[in-house]
Design a protein around this ligand. Structure first.
Ligand SMILES: Cc1cc2nc3c(=O)[nH]c(=O)nc-3n(C[C@H](O)[C@H](O)[C@H](O)COP(=O)(O)OP(=O)(O)OC[C@H]3O[C@@H](n4cnc5c(N)ncnc54)[C@H](O)[C@@H]3O)c2cc1C
Length: 314
């Protein structure tokens, strides 16, 4: 199991970890159902509580990892050393102001889509099919296609920086790109909230019907199996989509252990039950090698591997 050397928490961290749970399996907190235990799992109840914890962890040199709904991460079989901060019950507020809404980082995207539809605001129907939190969606610029990304709707993002300063960045400063943003280069920044633009109105019933239609289309297109993480690879810029490239290389159905490339959509890898992070990593690398060899395209992972992609977020 991944543990830091040096035993229990130092005096400054000990009281902050009083309610933390130890050696908690992370697999059930991810949509792939993969990952070893967190050394300490903490669910902060307020920004102040999170800030105290991050400050102490930083000063004591303890690694920290952020986890939302776990729908875009591959957690190592050895688990995560130090502190994993689970953010699903954190920052749940939704504040309306004229033509803007400020949404807490922990809000579940399908819930946000439903609330906006109920209030008669259009433009957010695409969020109904993305099973993550607002915080991670902003960081990764989640979306379903051109004009339907977080970047197209965000006015500003509020973060807690590694200096523990609460800062509100206008969208231009967040430097959104395809499945990327400045926040990916700042893994120690905790996203607290996003302010979104409310531009157009429509009848709630029509928006709810549009959302049902999106869900049906996604069901038809994507694998029905529960244990996936959505698209594993980013679509290469200006070229054919990753799924098409993988399919052309004959990788559909490829398997390592219980990790298998979906027969329905080649950019999805399914956990058939007992897949490990090692199986996933081996399969991901084999697909990348094949696509490079046959198509001359270097596929970039969309899914984030913890801890290696983020070496300690404080
Ligand atoms: C079935 C399925 C379909 C999907 N479809 C889509 C799709 O259409 N489009 C799309 O873009 N994605 C899609 N995804 C991927 C995923 O849902 C999104 O990337 C989502 O935004 C991830 O949110 P999360 O809360 O699960 O993040 P997690 O997986 O928990 O975390 C992702 C990363 O963000 C970091 N993080 C989490 N919260 C915060 C925070 N508050 N502040 C700072 N860092 C944070 C984590 O440390 C990690 O590095 C799909 C996934 C599944 C399983």
């Amino acid at each position: 199991m991944a543990e830091r050397a040096g035993g229990g928490p130092p005096p400054r961290l000990a009281p902050l970890l009083r309610w933390a749970r130890r050696h908690i399996p992370l697999a059930p907190l991810t949509t792939w159902g993969i990952g070893g235990p967190a050394e300490y799992l903490v669910t902060p109840r307020s920004v102040a509580e999170a800030a105290d914890l991050l400050a102490a962890a930083r000063d004591e040199g303890w690694p920290v990892y952020f986890l939302g709904r776990g729908s875009n991460v591959l957690i190592a079989d050895a688990g995560l050393p130090g502190i994993t901060v689970h953010l699903t019950r954190f920052c749940q507020e939704i504040h309306w102001r004229d033509d803007q809404v400020t949404v807490g980082a922990g809000v579940f995207l399908p819930r946000l889509a439903a609330v906006l539809a109920q209030q008669g605001w259009t433009g957010y129907e695409f969020l109904i099919g993305i099973p993550g939190t607002v915080g991670a969606a902003v960081r990764l610029n989640a979306g379903t296609g051109p004009g339907q990304e977080m970047a197209d709707r965000v006015v500003s993002v509020t973060v807690l920086t590694d200096d523990l300063e609460v800062r509100t960045l206008p969208a231009a400063a967040v430097a959104f790109g395809y499945r990327s943003s400045l926040l990916l280069q700042q893994p120690r920044w905790l996203v607290l909230a996003a302010t979104l633009r409310l531009a157009e109105r429509a009848a709630p019933a029509a928006l709810q019907a549009a959302q049902r239609d999106i869900i049906q289309k996604r069901r038809a297109r994507f694998p029905a199996e529960k244990l996936t993480c959505g698209s594993v690879f980013k679509n290469p810029p200006g070229g054919p989509p990753a799924g098409w490239l993988i399919e052309q290389c004959g990788c559909k159905g490829w398997a390592v252990g219980d990790a298998q490339v979906s027969h329905k959509h080649a950019n999805f890898i399914i956990n058939r039950g007992q897949a490990t992070a090692e199986h996933m990593q081996t399969l991901i690398k084999a697909i990348q090698a094949k696509v490079w060899q046959e198509q001359g395209v270097a596929l970039e992972r969309e899914v984030i591997c913890l801890p290696e992609d983020v070496q300690g977020q404080t």
